[in-house]
Write a protein that binds this ligand. Structure first.
Ligand code: G6P
Length: 622
């Protein structure tokens, strides 16, 4: 949560910082601020509550803030309500009013992360005469840097290194020191930060899309490292203040991938990106009709040894795990557990040395998932990360990485990354079964050819979106929606329900269809919308029966079935179809109409689809 940007160069910083922040707004959007420095002059701070456009208006699109050095922040409030005072940047000195204006302090900074011991540090600083104006942990860390800067020998590196030793928690921190014009200092632990250089200029950001327009050459600063940023140069240091060398990485994403490309919202663009995201992910490991996971670091011999699989993730990535548990167990007979990362990390799990822990994460930065990965590693368990963002913390720390090739995903509600994660893990499941000899060569070939049909089948579903658009406009006023299904259809229901509630704010729940009778059915009233997912042939009739039970109590039924199952129309008020596919892989198709439904309902309700209230895409706090 929260996005940070920085720029040190020869162009005007503010417009570049605002542009970068606009690509990071998915990380938080309750307030934003800039600090820009013009030569030797002290930095000037401007903050605004609400969306970034307020800050852009206030600074005349950045033109009102001259200077070629600056830092910026878009906030998702953790400590302290969204307000101008709590918005970043924060300063080491006193601050009156809203905190905008010329900085009369030594240090000004922005921060993404959480300082866990901020209360204790605040008390210490108060004892030394510091007066606090905000409720944020960031103000504490900025003042702590100032304290050490003054206490020691007035060198930023010592002040920062001392601060890093004292603070507990996570941070991607950018600082400017009044005594050191021409420099920006950064420090990082467990929150994302990349640094790019091009044409004698340097860029800092929480995520790649913010700087993609300017450079593809980026450094991934390591945990517990800090750096001095000057135009076109970066010097990295460890906690002892010794310089360390890092090599830049070339980013392969193209700049257009982080733009809307003519679509009204990122979400609908990303829904339409899915055939490519899935196709690219599949072809990264399917060569000449065979799955080759050697680049992922999993040979068939290693696969053969796996005794069980635990998949750990949050949000939609957890839903991917929920779908895959059915697929992996059925294809391989290897037991699977699926765990929410926030639960797994605190429950002292029993881990068998021969098991594989798979963490699934689009951003590669989700705090709970990262900690779950570390816990598994601490137990000496082999880990595989399925991650979209190259060079992210999870990708760097896992033993093996399977990159999904979805490209940058900007909308807060994930779509294409979810689909790419499914595709990646299908290939894992099929290869695991093949290595273990749980099915015949002919089945192996059939599974692979079925996988290869997914992109075209998703495109076909997308061609048929008008009916869903119509249905969405009819149901945009609903207060409650229930999604039901069994097996893989239950896993898809979980994702469909999340899409609905997160962007349309309609109360929605997903239930295993057989479980509905154990309480939830009492919530069904006249006109309640019940969406039944019906792609699993063996479970079809059972789920239809559960749907009919709801209809008898007044529900309006929407069925999501595969082509050919037309008799479902005898029971449902509305039916939408997806192409047939081997049922193991049906989640990839069934999810698409549900994504469209969530999207069109949110649009019909006039909501901000890409940035739903209270949410952030990258959840770097636990
Ligand atoms: C947030 C996002 C979800 C995402 C979840 C896990 O809640 O809004 O779309 O599924 O985090 O994120 P990750 O980056 O780990 O996949």
């Amino acid at each position: 949560m929260c996005g940070i940007v920085g720029f040190a160069g020869h162009h005007q910083a503010a417009p570049i910082l605002l542009d970068g922040l606009s690509k990071l707004e998915y990380r938080g959007y309750d307030s934003a601020g800039l600090a820009v420095r013009d030569g030797e002059n002290p930095a000037e701070v401007v903050k605004a509550v609400g969306r970034l456009k307020n800050l852009a208006e206030k600074t005349d699109e950045g033109k009102a803030l001259p200077g070629c050095f600056g830092i910026g922040h878009t906030r998702w409030a953790t400590h302290g309500e969204p307000s101008r005072t709590n918005a970043h940047p924060h300063v080491s000195g006193n601050c009156t009013g809203s905190g905008s204006g010329k900085v009369e302090s030594e240090v000004v900074g922005v921060h993404n992360g959480i300082i866990e011991n901020y209360k204790e540090l605040k008390e210490k600083l108060e004892r030394h005469g510091y007066v606090f104006y905000s409720e944020t942990d960031t103000e504490v860390v900025v003042k702590l840097v100032d304290y050490y800067y003054k206490k020691y020998i007035h060198t930023p590196i010592d002040a920062i290194a001392k601060t890093m030793v004292r603070v507990r928690g996570s941070y991607a921190l950018e600082l400017m020191f009044n005594d050191h014009p021409g420099e920006i200092w950064v420090a990082r632990k467990d929150s994302p930060m990349i640094i790019g250089t091009a044409d004698n200029e340097t860029y800092v950001a929480s995520d790649v899309p913010a700087i993609l327009k300017y450079t593809r050459s980026v450094y991934y600063i390591d945990n517990l490292q800090c750096a001095k940023i000057t135009p076109g140069e970066v010097h990295f240091y460890d906690l002892n203040g010794d310089e360390v060398t890092l090599e830049p990485t070339e980013i392969k994403w193209d700049a257009e991938a982080a733009e809307k490309g003519g679509y009204e919202h990122f979400m609908i663009k990303e829904i339409y990106d899915q055939p490519k995201a899935v196709g690219d992910t599949l072809t990264s490991v399917i060569h000449d009709g065979k799955i080759d996971l050697s680049e992922v670091g999993l040979s068939d011999d290693e696969l053969k040894e796996i005794s069980s699989v635990t998949m750990v993730a949050c949000g939609s990535a957890w839903h991917v795990g929920m779908a895959l548990q059915y697929v992996i167990e059925d294809l391989t007979r290897v037991p699977v557990r699926v765990e929410l990362a926030s639960e797994f990390r605190y429950r002292n799990p029993i881990l068998d040395p021969k098991q594989l822990v798979i963490v699934i994460s689009q951003s590669g930065e989700t705090a709970d998932t990262l900690e779950a990965l570390r816990l598994a590693k601490k137990h000496g368990i082999k880990t595989l990360a399925v991650v979209n963002v190259v060079g992210s913390s999870i990708a760097r720390e896992a033993d093996n990485v399977f990159y999904t090739l979805a490209g940058p995903e900007i909308a807060v509600a994930t779509t294409k990354a979810y689909s790419a994660q499914l595709a990646a893990l299908y290939t894992f499941a099929v290869q695991l079964g093949f290595a273990k000899g749980t099915f015949a060569q002919s089945d192996y070939e059939r599974y692979i050819s079925e996988l290869n049909t997914i992109p075209a089948k998703i495109s076909k579903i997308l061609e048929d979106k008008e009916r869903l658009q119509w249905f969405a406009s009819k149901f945009a006023h609903k207060h409650d929606v229930f999604f039901i299904g069994r097996g893989i259809d239950y896993a898809v229901s979980l994702e469909g329900s999340l899409k609905m509630k997160e962007i349309s704010y309609i109360h929605s729940e997903a239930y295993a269809a057989g479980e509905l009778k154990h309480g939830t059915i009492s919530l069904i009233e006249d006109g309640t919308l019940v969406i039944g997912v019906l792609t699993q042939n063996e479970l079809y009739e059972k789920t239809v029966s559960n749907m009919v039970e709801c209809k008898s109590r007044g529900a309006y039924l929407c069925g999501l079935a595969t082509y050919g199952k037309y008799e479902v129309e005898d029971h449902c008020n509305f039916v939408t179809y997806v192409p047939t596919i081997d049922t193991h892989f049906a989640a990839s198709l069934a999810v698409v109409p549900l994504q469209l439904l969530g999207y069109y309902i949110a649009v019909a309700r006039g909501l901000d689809v890409d940035k739903p209230r209270n949410l952030a895409k990258s959840v770097t706090v636990e």
